[in-house]
Design a protein around this ligand. Structure first.
Ligand code: SAH
Ligand code: DHB
Ligand code: MG
Length: 223
């Protein structure tokens, strides 16, 4: 057996993508529109999008909350997993990102099921709590990494028993395994991982996710 190597891992990710993710014109147009508008290319990969979609379907999630919309790529995957009458609320700081996302969600035919809320995620989340928004069945955290610990705390307050909480970018190419990561995104991810491990209301795992490099997605269920 050949030893593990990074190039091989990337090729295996592509192999899975080509095997199980047939070309999707709507998702391709989503990424093209995001590129054309100069949005950063930090959307989830096709395989991770498919994973989000499958988790949402397996959970039967009817009310979904996303923190960090960008151009609505992961939002489209989540919206497609909804049963009839389901809804995604997605939170985005940047007005321009939100506009690109709304356009993309419209073209994907899911705009009727998705609400994009613009503003700082902590403000939107606190407003939801103040207004006694019904709890969500699935919450996907994917915005600024230094905010993650606070997003987890607020997400728990918007959860019920059985809510699935997911968070992206928790491994940061392995930078989280050192004691003091140098960049703030790895520090935020590491603080989140520690909070997840200490959180008595959750049962959790972090899955390594391969793309151009190594990252990770947590999957938790609220007790
Ligand atoms: N979920 C998307 C990627 C999100 S990228 C996908 O996979 O397709 C992270 C997004 O979070 C960016 O669009 C960024 O503008 C947004 N963001 C950053 N800080 C934020 C904040 N404080 N509140 C809400 N959104 C924020
Ligand atoms: C970054 C953010 C993401 O959500 C992601 O998936 C990858 C990178 C970033 O801010 O660097
Ligand atoms: Mg991400």
């Amino acid at each position: 057996m050949e030893p593990f190597n990074e190039q091989l891992a990337v090729r295996v990710d592509r192999y899975i993508e080509h095997l199980l993710n047939s070309h999707d014109e709507v998702l391709a147009q989503n990424l093209q529109a995001a590129r054309a508008a100069d949005l950063p290319t930090i959307n989830v990969s096709p395989n991770e999008g498919k994973l989000l979609y499958l988790i949402a379907k397996i959970a039967g999630a009817k009310r979904v909350l996303e923190i960090g919309t960008l151009g609505g790529y992961s939002t489209t995957w989540l919206a497609r997993a909804l049963p009839a009458g389901g809804k995604v609320i997605t939170l985005e700081l940047d007005q321009k990102h939100a506009e690109v996302a709304r356009h993309n969600l419209d073209r994907a035919g899911v705009a009727d099921r998705v609400e994009v809320r613009v503003g700082r995620a902590v403000d939107s989340l606190r407003r939801m709590l103040d207004q006694q928004e019904a709890p969500f069945d699935l919450i996907f955290i994917d915005a600024d990494k230094p905010g993650y610990v606070e997003y987890l705390d607020l997400a728990l307050q918007l959860s019920h028993k059985g809510t699935v909480i997911l968070a992206d970018n928790l491994i940061r190419n392995g930078r989280v395994i050192v004691e003091q990561p140098t960049d703030e995104s790895a520090r935020g991810a590491k603080a989140f991982n520690d909070a997840l491990a200490a959180q008595q209301r959750l049962e959790s795992i972090i899955l390594p996710i391969i793309r151009e490099n190594l990252d990770g997605l947590s999957i938790s269920i609220v007790k």
